[in-house]
Design a binder for this molecule. Structure first.
Ligand SMILES: [Cu+2]
Length: 259
């Protein structure tokens, strides 16, 4: 039979074990991600899907590596679909994105909101397509708190004659804690949730290395052609060229991050 003190010790140990487990589990989940990472095709007139970028934690201090540094802004960029890196069941695809998606080009709409950061602005290509956005300034996102940054994605329609059963878009996100140039990127200054495609934002060795957010569009309108068998999974990543060009903050005509 347990004495009271032994019972207490046992319970404390079990509680500590449980807390340890949940802390590990939470930090794995706490990377910056999209709140809704899987959606269906959406062909409705002006179809859109409401979503959020969720910042799970700030930057890490150099003393004990805990995420105690506030976030001052974030940049979010979707693949432009022009020079993007496309794989089909893991194998490189040399054709165009239009082989699998009929209407990619202008994927992002900002939902106006200044509850955390004061500024929101689109990242556009030379044709005015909205490929992403940045938000920053005003208040900080305090370390230890989560931040939710709303936006919508345009409805995605999978090419009906293709064998794609899903198309996953890999998103590049930078959560900025301190403004630096690329040589100053560290766990204390930025959290890079980018695919490692050889851009200046790869962040090799840093916390979020090659661990980007994704949004997966599952086929839900036209049935798979019978010749497709089980169908294929398509993954679309932004190119290094695109990230080097688009993953930045321009404000009043001046680049303010990275610098
Ligand atoms: Cu993390």
């Amino acid at each position: 039979m347990f004495k009271t003190t032994e019972k207490f010790k046992y319970r404390t140990l079990m509680l500590m074990a449980a807390l340890g487990l949940s802390a590990t589990w939470q930090s794995a989940l706490a990377h910056t991600r999209l709140k809704t990472p899987v959606i269906q095709e959406n062909a409705a007139m002006h179809g859109s899907n409401y979503n959020d970028v969720v910042i799970g934690h700030g930057c890490q201090n150099t003393t004990d590596g805990a995420s105690t540094i506030d976030t001052i802004g974030t940049v979010v960029v979707f693949p432009d679909g022009k020079d993007s890196i496309i794989t089909v069941n893991g194998a490189a695809h040399t054709g165009a994105l239009s082989d699998f998606v009929t209407n990619w080009g202008n994927p992002v709409t900002i939902i106006q909101d200044s509850s955390i950061f004061s500024h929101q602005e689109y990242i556009i290509d030379s044709l005015g397509n909205k490929l992403g956005f940045w938000t920053g300034g005003g208040k900080v996102l305090k370390a230890g708190y989560r931040g939710v940054f709303p936006f919508t994605t345009a409805g995605v329609v999978i090419e009906p004659t293709s064998c794609a059963k899903s198309v996953t878009f890999v998103v590049a996100i930078a959560d900025i804690c301190e403004i630096t140039g690329p040589s100053g990127f560290s766990n204390a200054t930025v959290q890079l949730w980018t695919p490692a495609v050889g851009s200046i934002y790869d962040g090799e060795g840093l916390h979020g290395y090659d661990s980007p957010a994704t949004i997966k569009v599952t086929r839900s309108i036209a049935p798979l052609p019978s010749s497709c068998g089980d169908g294929v999974d398509v993954i679309v990543k932004p190119s290094a060229n695109q990230l080097n060009r688009d993953l930045r903050i321009n404000f009043d005509g001046k680049q303010i991050w990275p610098q």
